[in-house]
Write a protein that binds this ligand. Structure first.
Ligand SMILES: [Fe+2]
Length: 283
C-alpha cells in the first residue's frame, strides 16, 4: 500500500490503543506515567495536524504526518515497563526503541516498504539533537514537522509540571536529575550561541530546563513558533529557574530571537513546502 487513507489510519490507532492496554498496571505511579505518554502522543497528533493544516498540506500528507506522530514515542511504554525510567541515558534511546517495537509487532507490514522505511527514519530522528545530512527533502520536511509538534507538547507537559499546584514531584518527568545549583558551562554556552544543547552535557535540573529553552532555536515552522510565543512556554520555564546573571543573559538572547524570528536564523531554518505532497511523490 502506498496510500494511507483514513480507514488505514484508524486501524493504526486501534492497534496503538490495544498495544497500550498490555501496559495497564495496578501501581498508581506506573499507570500515571503510562497515561502521561499516551496523552502526550494524542496531543502531538493534534499539534501536527494543526501545524500541517496551517501550512496548507493536503489530506494525504496530513494523515501521513499524523501517523509519524502516533508512533514516534511507541517505545516509551516498553522503556518504562522494562527500565522504570524515561531517561534514555539510564536505559536506551526511546526513538530507536520505537522503531524496534514497530518492527517486532509487524505494525507497518501492509505498507509499501519505502513508505515503511521513511516512517522508521522519521521516528528514529525525532529526538536527535539535529537531523542527519544526506536525507531526502521529504524525510527532512516530515521530520521537522514531527519535531516541532513534539516539542510543543513537551513544553506543555513540562510547564504544567513546573507550575503544578500539588507540589508532588515526578522523578520520571525530571529524568531523575539532581536539583543542584547553577547551570553547566557547556549548556549555557550552547544556548547563548543559539545552538541546541547536547543532552550529554546535562548535569542537573537547571541544565534540563535550559535545554528546553534552547529548543526554540530548533523550531522550524512559523505556526509552531507562533504557538510557543503565544503560550509563553519559554517565559514560564525561565520563571522556574533560580535568578542569576546567566539566566538574565539567556532571557535576553531568547527575547531577541523571538522578536526577530524572520531575520537570519529562523528564515534559514524554515523549510519551503514542495508543491507535490502526494504519497507517490514521497517514494
Ligand atoms: Fe520522544
Amino acid at each position: 500500500m502506498t496510500r494511507i487513507d483514513i480507514e488505514t489510519m484508524q486501524s493504526f490507532k486501534d492497534w496503538f490503543h490495544e498495544y497500550l492496554m498490555t501496559f495497564s498496571h495496578s501501581q498508581k505511579d506506573v499507570q500515571k506515567n503510562i497515561l502521561l505518554k499516551k496523552m502526550h502522543t494524542m496531543r502531538v497528533c493534534e499539534e501536527i495536524i494543526t501545524i500541517g493544516s496551517t501550512l496548507g498540506l493536503g489530506e494525504e500528507a496530513l494523515i501521513f504526518s499524523e501517523l509519524t506522530a502516533l508512533f514516534h514515542d511507541i517505545g516509551r511504554f516498553e522503556q518504562y515497563a522494562r527500565y522504570n525510567t524515561f531517561a534514555d541515558y539510564k536505559s536506551e534511546n526511546h526513538a530507536e526503541l520505537s522503531v524496534k517495537i514497530l518492527k517486532k509487532n509487524n505494525v507497518l507490514n501492509g505498507l509499501n516498504p519505502s513508505l515503511t522505511d521513511l516512517i522508521y527514519r522519521i521516528v528514529s530522528y525525532h529526538n536527535r539533537a539535529c537531523l542527519p545530512d544526506g536525507e531526502t527533502d521529504q524525510c527532512l520536511f516530515f521530520s521537522k514537522l514531527l519535531r516541532d509538534a513534539d516539542k510543543l507538547d513537551i513544553w506543555k507537559v513540562l510547564t504544567d509540571y513546573y507550575l503544578r499546584q500539588d507540589g508532588v514531584s515526578n522523578r520520571a518527568i525530571e529524568l531523575e536529575l539532581p536539583d543542584t545549583p547553577g547551570i553547566s558551562d557547556k549548556v549555557y554556552d550552547a544556548v547563548i550561541n543559539k545552538e541546541i544543547v547536547d543532552s550529554h552535557h546535562i548535569r542537573n535540573l537547571n541544565d534540563f530546563k535550559v535545554l528546553q529553552i534552547g529548543w526554540i532555536f530548533d523550531i522550524n515552522f512559523k505556526p509552531a513558533l507562533d504557538a510557543v510565543i503565544s503560550r509563553h512556554y519559554i517565559e514560564l520555564i525561565c520563571s522556574v529557574l533560580p535568578a542569576s546573571e546567566r539566566v538574565d543573559s539567556i532571557k535576553a538572547v531568547v527575547r531577541h530571537y523571538i522578536e526577530n524570528p524572520f531575520v537570519d536564523e529562523f528564515a534559514s531554518r524554515a523549510h519551503d513546502i514542495p508543491g507535490d505532497f502526494t504519497m507517490t511523490a514521497l517514494l
